[in-house]
Design a protein around this ligand. Structure first.
Ligand code: ARG
Ligand code: ZN
Length: 418
């Protein structure tokens, strides 16, 4: 009996101890301007990471804020919220466990091969995978070195060319512009694997690959991605240093030449949406822009993969202007969203970027569009905030299949129209 009692006490002590040492994600909806200001203050003055919105400037009344709160600032943050009678919902109470789960993947695990695409992979693993994929598919997959990152890591694009027809057009897909959005590189790997396995098996992908080559950049921001594995899981930007500040990193999706650094971006190096010193100041964005400039006559469809929030977006994000082929673009994402709803019972919002989320100038999709790639999209994959950037590996396949369906739907329409 006493033994049981002691066990019971120990178990509860353990629980109490755990809740205090856990990283959490809170959802808070400020109701007044005062609460907005407090929340802005909390997210900038305390050691936290804002998940949504992307910068504290966009915190407004009656819109949900998702805030990552590491264990060591948990108590102080909760106190501040309580003092101002702000209620919060705990979205995640075990963020550190989730992070651990995501990084325990590993190619060293002997049972791993069958589930390779349902796990997250370190940068080293991804480079290894790129190598293996080209070696195993000598006639159909080539790796093209398009440049290197700030820390001199190579940027490889995989070119999938499954059919030898002359003068084929092409699709571009980049993943991992933002370091913490791990589902994005996972999707690029998924897409390549699916294309290689289901060409001549699945009608849609066969039709697409018969008509088009696909360029896949699995990790556009390798330095940032590496950093999320080693040091800070919530890192978004690249890792370049600036002369004017001790803060590190440029938001690569604000660094392109599309109304560069206007409202919706920041010229402050410490901001999560820092636009950089000038358009294409970063080697990563410059490499992509150079490649697309060289290949603009063949690339007809530009896709860039982000998370989270479940949205299918098209230009413009850098202004409230309507794209010249707005109705075509709208029809495409609408059909993609409809099919996702039908097959997977999941909801994706869609529309022009600026009107669907917020003004975000300097984005790669708007830049590609203005270059002349008239079908340009940003996908925001799962989820809508339940796990946010910490989507568990068990949900990778669903998230990727939904995105794959959207890619197929849109690519087939592009083929039809051109
Ligand atoms: N969440 C993305 C970002 O903040 C949205 C990108 C939308 N498109 C764009 N061109 N900004 O970068
Ligand atoms: Zn992103």
């Amino acid at each position: 009996m006493t033994a049981l009692l002691i066990l019971f006490i120990l178990m509860n002590l353990d629980k109490g101890y755990c809740t205090e040492t856990r990283d959490q994600v809170l959802s808070i909806t400020p109701k007044t301007q005062e609460q907005v200001d407090i929340l802005k203050n909390v997210s900038t003055q305390y050691e936290t990471a804002l998940w949504q919105p992307v910068s504290h400037h966009y915190i407004t009344e009656e819109t949900q804020v998702h805030l990552f709160v590491p264990a060591n600032s948990s108590e102080t943050v909760q106190d501040v919220l309580q003092k101002h009678s702000m209620t919060h919902e705990v979205l995640l109470d075990n963020a550190n466990e989730l992070i651990e789960m995501q990084t325990k993947n590993d190619s060293t695990d002997p049972r791993s091969s069958s589930t390779f695409y349902e796990r997250y992979h370190s940068l080293e693993d991804i480079y290894y995978w790129i190598n293996r994929t080209t070696q195993d598919n000598p006639g159909t997959v080539k790796a093209i070195l398009i440049g290197s990152s700030y820390e001199k890591r190579p940027l490889y694009v995989l070119k999938l060319s499954l059919n030898n027809r002359p003068n084929k057009k092409a699709i571009w897909i980049d993943c991992g512009i933002h370091a913490r959005e791990w589902i994005s590189p996972a999707f690029c790997l998924w897409f390549v694997q699916y294309s290689l396995s289901f060409y001549k098996q699945n009608q849609d992908i066969t039709n697409i690959l018969d008509n088009m080559d696909v360029y896949v950049l699995p990790v556009m921001n390798p330095d940032g991605y590496k950093f999320t594995w080693t040091t800070n899981r919530m890192w978004r930007k690249n890792r370049s240093g600036s002369r004017s500040s001790t803060c590190i990193g440029v938001d690569l999706n604000r660094n392109f030449d599309a109304n560069w650094c206007t409202e919706g971006a920041s010229c402050e190096p410490c901001s999560e949406i820092y636009c950089g010193a000038f358009p294409e100041s970063e080697p990563e964005s410059q490499a992509v822009a150079d490649f697309l400039r060289r290949n603009k006559n063949s690339v007809q469809l530009y896709l860039t993969i982000h998370s989270y929030s479940q949205m299918l977006l098209f230009p413009y994000s850098c202004s409230l202007d309507e794209a010249e082929n707005h109705n075509d673009l709208l029809e495409m994402v609408q059909e993609a969203a409809q099919r996702i709803r039908r097959y997977y019972r999941n909801t994706y919002k869609y529309g022009a970027g600026a009107k669907t989320i917020y003004l975000a100038p300097g984005g790669s999709d708007d830049w590609a569009y203005n270059l002349g790639i008239k079908y340009a999209f940003t996908f925001e994959l799962q989820d809508r905030g339940r796990y946010g950037f910490l989507l568990p590996p068990s949900l990778i396949s669903r998230a990727c299949n939904e995105a794959l369906l959207a890619v197929k739907t849109i690519a087939l329409k592009v083929i039809e129209k051109t």
